[in-house]
Design a protein around this ligand. Structure first.
Ligand code: HEM
Length: 410
């Protein structure tokens, strides 16, 4: 039956809904009325054979599902989105080569290997280089006087951070950035990147990374590629696994961090008292609140492996279960005044990086470091930055994104 709290036909995978805003009022209605809600969809409309999906809206339920991979599997498609129209069986099989779509114990093996590149020590070792990058990005923008914050500032540091992390030589970075941007743009009908070009760019990234891995396997250096592909030792990544890993980083670490930075800047520019507080005190709690506030990944999906009860709903084996982080991050059971952007919020158990469990964001410390470095650089070099137009949002039910945000840098 349709949900009494929502207009009939309301569907959280409809990208048009997100064109103006994240549907926070609708999530609030559901949390109150029917926190685990079955959203019906016409059969076949999204490339699936079923007739809808579950919407999980409460913080506690999102955590419960995330931490139970045996009951809620990641092996089927993990995005609750409409461009699933294009997804066929072969593609789902391909996607299983990336860890986001694996279940334990396979996932555990890959995660144990790749997390060697993300130890606190490895991330700290990038800090000086990234601080220098952040300063240069901000200085160059300041010289321009005004422009698009998204492309000129927010998009730059995440690309550099991934390149730095995997040790991509300087002369190859331009083409890696071009492929990454093409790949991320393809589901946006306004941009002239075709789906085909997006897939080609993904293949280029895989091919390039495999080449880098092959080189380091022959001639090891002191970088993460060499660490991950030390081929003669048991338990390391093969060259093609490395290729897919880099592809995943290019997706997982780019647009997410870009949008966290953009939403954070927008929040500061529209709530100047928080910007004053930031410039003055630089609270260590700010970056986490920026991620809660922006929630760059609106949702992820799991598939039930058996019949199970969740928050009063009877979920059946094979049902799709959508975890709506954007809703969990505004759950008043957990957050006092969730509608307030408060950079001193502490504790802040937001689910912007996932609900815990085996897939919890691997790049979290890197993302937090990037956010801190860029806002410190902005606060130092352009304390009077101003918004000059309304941000243009990305048309996506999955990524809470901003495509363009005009500012004056001052
Ligand atoms: C997974 C969010 C930055 C690498 C995830 C997940 C979320 C997320 C929601 C899924 C968690 C789950 O299913 O339980 C974000 C946000 C970021 C960010 C909001 C920025 C603010 C990064 C960065 C990197 C990264 C910078 C790496 C360079 C990954 C990887 C996974 C992941 C590899 C998959 C982990 C697994 O399957 O085990 N992230 N992420 N992320 N993220 Fe991030």
């Amino acid at each position: 039956p349709p949900c009494p709290a929502l207009p009939e036909g309301f569907d959280f995978t409809d990208p048009d809904i997100y064109q103006e805003r994240v549907p926070l009022p609708e999530f609030a209605e559901l949390r109150r009325a029917e926190p685990v809600w079955w959203c019906p969809q016409p059969r076949g409309s999204v490339g699936f054979d079923d007739e809808g999906y579950w919407v999980v809206t409460r913080h506690a339920d999102v955590k419960a599902v995330s931490t139970d991979p045996q009951t809620f599997s990641s092996r089927e498609n993990t995005a609750v989105i409409r461009f699933n129209e294009h997804i066929n069986r072969d593609e789902i099989d391909m996607q299983r080569l990336i860890m986001l779509n694996m279940d334990p114990p396979e996932h555990t093996r890959v995660r144990q290997i790749v997390q060697r590149g993300f130890t606190p020590r490895s991330i700290r070792s990038l800090e000086d280089a990234l601080r220098g990058r952040a300063l240069r990005i901000v200085e160059e923008a300041t010289e321009r006087g005004s422009g698009d914050f998204v492309t000129e500032i927010a998009a730059e540091l995440p690309l550099q951070a991934i390149a730095e992390l995997i040790g991509v030589p300087q002369q190859d970075r331009g083409k890696l950035f071009e492929w990454s941007n093409k790949m991320l743009a393809y589901d946006d009908p306004e941009l002239s990147v075709t789906e085909e070009a997006g897939k080609e760019a993904a293949a280029e990234i895989i091919g390039y990374s495999m080449g880098l891995a092959a080189e380091r396997a022959k001639c090891p250096a002191q970088d993460i590629v060499s660490k991950l592909v030390a081929a003669e030792h048991e338990g390391n990544l093969s060259e093609d696994e490395f290729g897919f890993f880099v592809l995943m980083l290019a997706v997982a670490g780019n647009e997410t961090t870009r949008n966290a930075i953009t939403h954070g800047m927008h929040a500061f520019l529209t709530q100047p008292e928080q910007w004053e507080l930031y410039k003055d005190k630089r609270p260590a709690t700010a970056a986490e609140e920026i991620v809660r506030w922006g929630t760059p990944v609106t949702s992820f999906q799991r598939t039930a492996t058996c019949d199970v009860e969740l928050g009063g709903a009877q979920i059946k084996a094979g049902d799709r279960v959508g975890l709506f982080y954007a809703s969990a991050n505004h759950d008043p059971e957990v957050f006092e005044h969730p509608e307030r952007f408060d950079i001193t919020r502490d504790p802040n158990p937001h689910l912007g990086f996932g609900g815990g469990g085996p897939h919890y964001c691997l790049g979290k410390s890197l993302a937090i470091l990037e956010i801190e470095l860029i806002f410190n650089a902005i606060a130092d070099a352009m304390p009077d930055i101003r918004l000059t137009g309304d941000p243009r949002r990305l048309r996506s039910a999955w990524i809470n994104g901003v495509k363009e945000m005009q500012v004056t840098y001052a």
